[in-house]
Design a protein around this ligand. Sequence first.
Ligand code: FES
Ligand SMILES: [Fe+2]
Length: 341
Amino acid sequence: MAAAETIPYRWYADPDVLRRERELIFARTWQYAGRAEQVAAPGSYLATDAGGVPVLVTRDGEGVLRAFVNVCRHRGAVLVDGCGERATIQCHYHAWTYALDGTLRSAPRAEREAGFEPAALSLLPASVGTWGPFLFVNPDAGAPPLEEHLGGLPDLLARDLDLDGLVYHSRVEFGADANWKIVVENFLECYHCPVAHPSFSEDVDVHPDRYLLEAHPTFGAQFATAKRTGERGQFHLLYPNTGINVFPGPPNLSIGPMLPAGPARTERYLDYFFGADVDEEWIRGFFAFDDQVGREDRVLVESVQRGTASGLVDRGRLLVSSEPLLAAFQGWVESQLQADA
Ligand code: FES
Ligand SMILES: [Fe+2]
């Protein structure tokens, strides 16, 4: 790939590319899974989706936090959904029952079966980690620790925000008919802001000399200031698919994944947090603003999906001065897909 060219447009529509991304990216990278407090209590569990891999996080009676592939060792049912508290994990299909440490405790009629060895049928382990109020999983049990993947991100964020002072507010779910990489790439530049986000560009200084972009090894960072107040905001994409937004203003943060749900569909959610004394009135206005920007972006990414899927144009031409984070992300994706090609 020449530095100024995009990845092939075919990669945004090809089911085979998505299959390789699931295997070489999503099955082996750290992804946002929910809130740490959801699995804070002994005996709690949380089911989540790591880019198509169902993952189960548990905290056992002794307080040990673990993650597993959320797939029954019998016939492959997804074991549980949602989150809550329970003493064991029982499959809803034939009631195989696992302890919160993943070991198979009982399987109805197993005593009638010669050579049945429960010890060989524990849930497959995955990796789990927390960063402040955030929970992350990696389907790869042998993954390097989360801290390594986060790199310098926690320090950058701490410049403008105290994570421990945040209070969870709500989750918003949405989606777009576009490949997950198109959604990520839309998030990685503000070149489109003056054109497509009039309300955002009214508040935030989107001039290329003052809206700053930094490519880091595992994430793309963007730094913005409010035109009127000079307050600072940050927008980050932790590879491969976790978005983090801190808008200028009172303490606020939203975080969530961009999940591939087929080559041309991305499902998203954002968990919103605010400072303890941010007033509801401000929060209502903030949601209206954020929703507006989100609707504008949805039109853009769905348009790119239709255009790139036309099949008649091979690649695009990036502006490396305005889109360095896209170039970095695309280079990262390309290197992951070549890992054991
Ligand atoms: S698939 Fe889980 S018990 Fe049969
Ligand atoms: Fe946008």
